[in-house]
Design a protein around this ligand. Structure first.
Ligand code: G3P
Length: 224
């Protein structure tokens, strides 16, 4: 079954979303982290504790492999459920490869993926996850869900077990389409999660049931 991750670094949103019982992991990025008031490392530890054993993706800031590896090891030491987010690119691939060597392997989520070939290279280098960005592809007139579908087709045909996270989700339709094409995971902002749970006809339905109940208790006849 497709897993829903929360794409957020906001502690209130995370606690609220967790209470719904639908969240299996969490992704952050530098933009999300820097919006929060808490110091970076405190936030990482606090989020990881709230998420218990569920994976939490935290992104490195370095642009060269050596720096990425160093940051990744530091992040991985903050909590056992940290997954290190590494930006796609040659330096990113080198970092992922190195983080998969030796005794202390670090689980990596290769982010900012915009093509099947990028996803393939990330998987070959050892990524546990790849994150194609649907919304940002749609923004430039391409087909975000189409990219997710193609990556899934290629990974399935090639027997690649790297998990595919549909990211840069902008609206509820992205989520159901990503699930329909077989994404393993969709990472959604809290605003989209709230939209997913609602439908105007559900609200109208609840209002009508309660109104009918009240009318019946007052002895009025219920039409329809
Ligand atoms: O998970 C990646 C996501 O946070 C990026 O979303 O809306 O900034 O493209 P967006």
């Amino acid at each position: 079954m497709v897993q829903i991750y929360l794409d957020s670094a906001n502690l209130q949103e995370i606690e609220e979303a967790l209470s719904w019982g639908v969240i299996s992991g969490l992704t952050t990025n530098p933009t999300l982290m820097c919006k929060e008031a808490e110091p970076f490392e405190f936030l990482v530890k606090k989020i990881c504790a709230l998420m218990e054993t569920n994976p939490v993706s935290v992104e490195v800031l370095s642009t060269i492999a050596e720096g990425m590896v160093k940051e990744a090891r530091h992040l991985a030491n903050q909590a056992p459920n940290v997954v290190v987010k590494i930006p796609m690119g040659v330096e990113g691939l080198k970092a992922v490869y190195r983080l998969n060597q030796g005794e202390e392997k670090v689980s990596c989520n290769v982010t900012l993926v915009f093509s099947v070939n990028q996803a393939l290279l990330a998987a070959r280098a050892g990524a546990a996850y790849v994150s194609p960005f649907l919304g940002r592809l749609d923004d430039i007139g391409w087909d975000g869900v189409g990219l997710v579908r193609e990556i899934i087709e290629v990974f399935t045909r090639q027997g690649i077990d790297t998990r595919i996270i549909a990211a840069s989700i902008r609206h509820p339709r992205h989520v159901h389409e990503a699930a329909a094409v077989g994404a393993h995971i969709a990472t959604v902002p809290f605003s989209v999660l709230k939209q997913m749970a609602r439908h105007p006809l559900t609200d109208i339905g609840v209002e009508r049931f309660l109104a009918d109940w009240d009318r019946a208790r007052r002895g009025e006849e219920i039409g329809r």
